[in-house]
Design a protein around this ligand. Structure first.
Ligand SMILES: Cc1cc2nc3c(=O)[nH]c(=O)nc-3n(C[C@H](O)[C@H](O)[C@H](O)COP(=O)(O)O)c2cc1C
Length: 164
């Protein structure tokens, strides 16, 4: 049941040094590519970073230790000349990737890219000007087990039937 993977997906901020194979990274990116997109633009592309030196340079811009600790960083980017809803397209692709990673026993987290950081990261990765990025997705084996979401996290008071 997909709800199992949804519950198991937690934000992971500590990773084991163990490598993640390219086959697994491709599975995660495939899930991102199978996400819905506005007018079916399919305009999301993915930068995969493994080099420690590059991860450290990204960390200098965006902070958070796990950025240099995770064995792989995936940066989804979208061509703004092709998408009318770039943030939404990047977000649904990212969630698909989080869920696929969780199903493979891998950890991820949405590392936010503030607008003032985006330019520097894009320059470092030689991403063309017309592409937008809103997050960085570290991928690695979680150092610690994080408990899945349970029904205790479910709040039915947030449901408004027919009217507020
Ligand atoms: C739009 C968005 C931005 C986020 N930005 C960050 C971030 O910059 N750094 C971080 O460590 N976690 C970030 N997170 C992860 C949230 O903190 C996390 O999803 C939340 O605490 C719930 O925990 P869970 O993901 O384990 O369910 C972000 C999540 C979202 C959806």
């Amino acid at each position: 049941m997909i709800i199992k993977e949804i519950s198991n997906r937690r934000s992971v901020r500590e990773y084991k040094p163990d490598d993640v194979t390219d086959e697994l990274i491709i599975e995660i990116i495939k899930a991102g590519q199978f996400a819905p997109s506005a007018k079916n633009n399919q305009a999301v592309e993915f930068v995969v970073v493994r080099k420690q030196e590059t991860k450290e340079k990204i960390f200098e811009i965006v902070g958070q230790e796990y950025v240099k600790q995770a064995p792989v960083l995936i940066i989804p980017v979208i061509d703004e000349t092709k998408s009318i809803l770039p943030v939404q397209d990047l977000s649904v692709a990212s969630e698909n990737m989080f869920l696929q990673a969780a199903a493979l026993g891998l950890g991820t987290v949405w590392k936010n890219l503030r607008p003032e950081w985006e330019k520097g990261v894009k320059k470092l990765l030689a991403v063309p000007e017309q592409f937008r990025a809103v997050n960085i997705i570290p991928v690695g084996y979680p150092k610690n087990k994080i408990e899945p979401h349970t029904n205790a996290d479910f709040n039915d008071k947030k449901i408004h039937r027919e009217k507020w």
